[in-house]
Design a protein around this ligand. Structure first.
Ligand SMILES: Cc1cc2nc3c(=O)[nH]c(=O)nc-3n(C[C@H](O)[C@H](O)[C@H](O)COP(=O)(O)O)c2cc1C
Ligand SMILES: Nc1ncnc2c1ncn2[C@@H]1O[C@H](COP(=O)(O)OP(=O)(O)O)[C@@H](O)[C@H]1O
Length: 303
């Protein structure tokens, strides 16, 4: 998939364009992309996603994002998008009048536009679906997509993650929620209780589910096991050892070796429990044994 940071960068040819933050590229976004691809086939032009980095709500409401830009681009490629224009969403960009946004859009020469029916743009969110019709008469405004009667929204997915409900998040995403990062040094306590845990550093602002989870880790195949390991992860503050900062730690089953500096992706499969304060390391150790048994049982038929 080709990627541009400004609409003026792409070649001067006709397109079809979907516009939005696409944070998480959830089932609603996937439905939008399906419509976009149908239009692209109809007009025999490339399908383009016009998106904002970071997602608009990160700037306007200070919330965490579900997908980093590389994750988003990866997902858009996977769902069949030909090109992405990812413009830096700065306070200046957000405060431009709606006409400036429409002018940018015209340079993409869209035959058709595909948006969610609640899409707004420009200073004060003054622009809407009606304004888009000045760019092309063919504006497809899709109603809010639902699964089992529930609206599919990035906000809802963030709420699920906050309480550790990775099932709920996964239902709206159409896949397991995941996060990737590099393994850094921790307090080297894990190995002393028989459960070494890789501390994963994710990009600032990346949303993580809170609690203890059964996970699948995707690592460098050179580490063995085809690069896929089952494991258990904790996202929390480690009250047992009086931790203060949020940590993301994972223990990989049947792995031994060094992971420092490795890039690892973690897929969250099931919520085991909330994080607790134990009386001491022995009590934590006993609980980790139970967590491991439960995680192994949940993952036994997962590749
Ligand atoms: C599956 C799992 C569950 C955990 N659950 C808790 C918990 O409930 N409470 C807690 O204080 N720490 C919990 N921890 C974090 C441990 O405190 C942490 O791994 C240990 O302090 C070692 O930290 P280190 O890797 O920085 O040495 C958990 C860790 C894992 C891997
Ligand atoms: N099964 C395993 N799961 C996770 N990390 C492991 C495992 N076996 C060895 N390690 C290594 O040990 C480190 C974790 O040991 P630990 O004592 O918890 O140290 P730290 O506090 O630095 O994370 C990991 O970063 C990794 O390099």
């Amino acid at each position: 998939m080709k990627t541009y940071v400004s609409p003026t960068q792409r070649p001067d040819t006709e397109t079809v364009v979907a516009i939005g933050s696409f944070d998480g590229v959830h089932l609603g976004h996937q439905a939008l992309i399906a419509q976009l691809r149908a239009k692209a086939r109809q007009y025999r032009v490339p399908c383009v996603v016009y998106t904002f980095d970071p997602p608009t709500r990160v700037l306007t409401q200070g919330v965490e994002f579900l997908s980093t830009l590389p994750e988003k681009l990866d997902l858009l490629t996977r769902y069949g998008v030909d090109e992405t224009v990812a413009v830096p969403f700065t306070p200046e960009f957000a405060s431009r009048p709606k006409e400036a946004f429409l002018d940018d859009l015209r340079t993409l020469r869209p035959r058709a536009l595909v948006v969610g029916e609640d899409f707004h743009f420009g200073r004060g969110r003054a622009g809407g679906v009606v304004d888009l019709r000045s760019v092309t008469p063919e504006v497809v405004a899709l109603p809010m997509h639902q699964v089992s009667g529930e609206d599919i929204k990035s906000t809802r997915i963030r709420e699920y993650l906050r309480v550790g409900d990775v099932d709920g998040a996964g239902r709206l995403l159409g896949r397991h929620y995941d996060a990737q990062g590099v393994v850094v040094q921790g307090d080297q306590l894990g190995r002393t209780i028989g459960w070494p845990t890789a501390n994963i550093q994710v990009p600032d602002g990346k949303a993580l589910p809170m609690g203890v989870f059964a996970v699948v880790a995707i690592a460098d195949p050179a580490l063995g096991h085809d690069g896929r390991w089952h494991g258990m992860a904790n996202v929390g503050y480690r009250p047992t050892v009086n931790g203060t900062a949020r940590r993301f730690e994972v223990h990989l089953f049947d792995f031994s070796g060094d992971l420092y500096g490795q890039e690892i992706q973690i897929k969250f499969f099931a919520h085991l429990r909330g994080e607790q304060k134990f009386a001491g390391l022995d009590a934590l150790k006993a609980q980790l044994q139970l967590d491991a048994e439960q995680a192994r049982a949940l993952l036994w038929d997962v590749r």
